[in-house]
Design a protein around this ligand. Sequence first.
Ligand SMILES: C[S@@+](CC[C@H](N)C(=O)[O-])C[C@H]1O[C@@H](n2cnc3c(N)ncnc32)[C@H](O)[C@@H]1O
Length: 264
Amino acid sequence: MLDLDADVSAEQLGRFTARVAALAGDHPVRDVVDLGAGTGTGTFALLRQFPEARVTAVDTADEMLGHLAGSAQRHGFDGRIRPLRADVDERWPETGPADLIWAASSMHHMADPDRVLRDIRATLRPGGQLAMIEMESMPHFLPDDLGIGTPGLESRCDVLMAEARAEHLPHMGSDWTARLTAAGFTIRESGDLVVDLPAPVPAAAARYAYATLQRMRAGLADRLTSEDRDTLDVLLADDGPHSLRNRTDLTVRSTRSFWIATPA
Ligand SMILES: C[S@@+](CC[C@H](N)C(=O)[O-])C[C@H]1O[C@@H](n2cnc3c(N)ncnc32)[C@H](O)[C@@H]1O
């Protein structure tokens, strides 16, 4: 799913890394840390943007780092990436000083994000930057009225996902501007990264829609109404007029928030 998301968001991510580069000005960006790197969406976008950079890709999951290392080899980036398995909740990993720290959809996973933000601040060289991205809800792919079930399925799923996440990811949807300021950062720029792909969407976006709705169906099984469960089953079926595989009205709409900040 992370790779499909990278595909769909590639253009916005390219523009965002270019903006980070513009704000870096004369400060050379050589040592980069991707915190909670996952399968490397940020790592690869950063390596493309900063030709002199080496990225330390930190993640707690061996599976993610293995996937990232495989992709790095395929893209010819392996010499410029240092995968580092570490749990940032335990302590700040041995990254060395950094010119840029990237944290995309990872900060809300941390047990104590305020401590991690202070560690980021201490790790950045003078003139270094933190680029942070957070997303509050899954992307939407469907028209409001599907022709089956009650309109508004994805909005109802958002509410249920937020309820489910509140139990194990309490920092999701935090006031990150306040937390960054309290940790001693000056915010240089913040705003939204918007993906808005009209129909017909590319094949990767259709696969992303399928993977997302499949995950909703599995993760929210106990919370969904029986009508919404049935609607999701019809959408995820291999065939039929309403199946995702046959629909031509899929779109991709997602909004993420971003912050580019420097130690105050
Ligand atoms: C939602 S994924 C985002 C991945 C990637 N940054 C992206 O934008 O696609 C969050 C990642 O953070 C990692 N993560 C969560 N808690 C962590 C921790 N305490 N230390 C290191 N990595 C962590 C997870 O393993 C996962 O790969």
